[in-house]
Design a protein. Structure first.
Lengths: 446, 446
């Protein structure tokens, strides 16, 4: 620094960490710092340089910690934490029709239950290093307030079905609800409402097109479960004479503002379509495995430049919201299914959980990397435990050795929400009380 | 309790936990206690009954915790923690011949390096709920002292090759080393030495038979890497005109005192042979996936009554020693590979990590369940975090939601080794110093 450069003010400086920027050059700064002003990253650089340049209102010690962008979970049904582990290891149809659907009809129709489930989900996500999630469920307009109160960042999508849902009447009525929700939350710094159609077998072409039109009018994301398993492909072929992907291409709803969730069963033409339309993909490896749906062709999608983000899906089929766990399983799964030790490398897995995930949901102008001008969403990870030593390669460590429980500090939008593994702004005992009460009722219903 | 029953003494009572016994009836006692006298479990039962019957020198509060047998890791190369993450995401042969073998020639030939690696491994295992591991590596006679000093339980096997190894001359010389090691550690309460032949492609039939004879003479386990991948099957077919399993059957070395490690590529006849000979199997799902070797036919082996335990393998190919992580991945993997949501259920996964694992290594008379007369190896697991709520089913929670970082207390042989997630008997800073020094040398060599 020359003497003519003036000292700048920062609200927070995270000093002397191993900074994994995930910027275009994927810079890894062994002794780096990040300066935060308000809700934004003001600077990223060498620790000494930042120390000389910034006077910080608050300094957080980053020594022996990895500092990186917060993880982005691109597919959740967050309020379903109330159903965690309620029915496992049973056939898919029995699971869905005898357990999940009856439970949802009974308990998901009460928004208070979903608020409690959402609070629990956000606590779990923050403590495990996730700073942004893209959710599809019910009562999203009401749930926005829960997200806002916690300080978490989220994109919420009310699930559209042709038929009535636990939250509203389906079809036009749901579209009206979504339209109002988007308007209500417009320009909120943390919460964005977007549009989701549940799936091609539950939403008619007419309403899929109307939903995408609504998303276009509001310049927001449209998402849809797509090609999750062979049954779906067979069903859509029978109904519309095309694969689910081709069916949506014909409806002109695939573009870079669409997120296709799952994409397990893809033909070569489907891959071409997703690549050519720049459609984003949400990949949920653990759920795909647990429900025996298959291994999505992720290495091929990545080769074709498709933005594949990572989502845990709901905890009724996972059963956690742990992105560390998810990307480790993902990296192992594709090595097995591709019969190659080199695919979905640790570096690619970290990219998918950060910057590529941000691109998949159209948020990479705001988050996904540590760069000047982006929102200050970042996490500090301890590397001081036996399982994290030695550390030869930061990507290898993050994917194959480190765990969600190593996350020490979590900052969202410039706000410190987790410090030394403790939630600073949430009353966990109140959350637990609500959850225990709801779980008691659910147990009685089982 | 009637007044005539006398009050008994216990060294430790773990009071009022959710006790998962893993005994024959798989009893789950919602408010249970375990009394420990010396190195043994003296009683398991209802919390009030134990409280009335025992006066404890020390009481550990089990409220809101799951109490279960310590996890058994049936296949490790524990000292290889010094190579954690040193080479990932590269082709198998390059990984082995250009990285692992040269590193081992240089650094595994110094027993001091392996002692440091072993200490780090034991710290990691204890903190993640493992109370017993079966290891195959070098300098096992010297390493026994490291295990003993930590209070961990282990069965160590010096790896026999025809050729010289980093530790000794191979063939007869290694057999002599093993024979001496077994004698040196005979009757030690924690450490047992056993016999291992590395694999059918590195050990000639002559030495495989001699190794098994040595194991028989000492009434101890014989273990061998077996049918890990297609290359091995092809190689052994070419060398001996049989599958690796059939080859060993012809050598008469398969029986209930033999542990076959991996068993990924099995013919129907191979499965028959393993079942009929009561050979134990060590299953390492994460390593099999990471090295793209395949999915072992575990559901079929379990159906046939084969004792399949779970092992993490060495951290150069995993990259951790985390049994929670391992059994979750295992359960998901086999659902995918069998195209069935019901196989390798959460309950089976917990069985494999405890009582079935104990059977696989011939230790089920001593460990693997909480039963009167067995060794006091047990773990207490917190269920007070967002990701562990609600708790509808203890097996589901253990496998699909709980994490190694939830392990709070670890007792081995009646000795409290971990309390509130802290190691009580190990000097971690000294371990880290050694590891950093070795890792520095390894980095310079890369």
């Amino acid at each position: 620094m020359t003497s003519s450069e003036k000292i700048l003010h920062a609200d927070i400086v995270i000093h002397d960490a191993m900074v994994l920027t995930m910027d275009k050059e994927r810079r890894f700064i062994k002794r780096g710092s990040v300066a935060i002003v308000g809700d934004e990253i003001a600077d990223v650089g060498d620790a000494d340089w930042i120390a000389a340049r910034y006077r910080a209102r608050r300094t957080i010690d980053g020594q022996n910690k990895i500092l990186m962008p917060g993880l982005i979970n691109v597919h959740t049904h967050a309020p379903m934490t109330i159903y965690r582990g309620v029915a496992d290891d049973i056939p898919l149809k029995e699971w869905l029709y005898d357990h999940i659907f009856p439970l949802e009809a009974k308990f998901s129709s009460n928004p208070e239950n979903l608020k409690a489930g959402m609070r629990l989900a956000i606590a779990e996500m923050l403590l495990s290093g996730t700073t942004m999630f893209k959710d599809m469920y019910y009562f999203t307009d009401q749930l926005g307030a829960v997200v806002a109160e916690t300080g978490m960042r989220a994109m919420l999508s009310e699930a559209l079905f042709d038929n009535a849902t636990p939250s509203n009447g389906g079809g036009e009525k749901t579209l009206q609800y979504i339209d109002a929700a988007i308007r209500n939350w417009k320009d909120h710094p943390l919460v964005q409402q977007a549009v989701a159609a549940h799936a091609t077998y539950t939403v008619s072409p007419e309403f899929i097109v109307k939903a995408k039109d609504l998303a276009r009018r509001h310049d927001t994301m449209f998402s849809v479960h797509l090609s999750e398993n062979q049954w779906e492909v067979d069903t859509i072929r029978e109904m519309y004479g095309a694969t689910p992907v081709k069916h949506l291409e014909r409806l002109h709803v695939l573009d870079r503002q669409t997120l296709a969730i799952h994409c397990v069963m893809l033909s070569d033409e489907d891959v071409d379509i997703l690549a050519e339309t720049s459609t984003g993909v949400a990949h949920s490896p653990q759920c795909n495995m647990k429900l025996a749906n298959g291994a999505a062709p992720v290495p091929e999608l990545l080769r074709r430049g498709v933005h594949v983000g990572v989502g845990t899906d709901g905890v009724a089929s996972n059963n956690d919201l742990d992105m560390f766990d998810e990307i480790r399983t993902m990296s192992l799964l594709h090595k097995l299914s591709s019969n190659s030790t080199t695919v979905v490398s640790a570096k690619e897995a970290v990219e998918m959980a950060t910057i590529i995930g941000a691109k998949a949901i159209g948020y990479d102008d705001k988050i996904g990397s540590l760069e000047k001008g982006k929102k200050a969403d970042l996490i500090l990870i301890n590397v001081d435990k036996p399982h994290s030593k030695p550390l030869y390669n930061v990507y290898s460590s993050l994917v194959y050795s480190l765990r969600s429980s190593d996350v020490d500090t979590v900052i969202v939008n410039g706000d410190v929400l987790v410090e030394q593994r403790q939630l600073l702004k949430m009353d966990l005992s109140g959350v637990y009380e609500d959850i225990e009460r709801i779980a008691h009722d659910i147990s009685a219903f089982l």
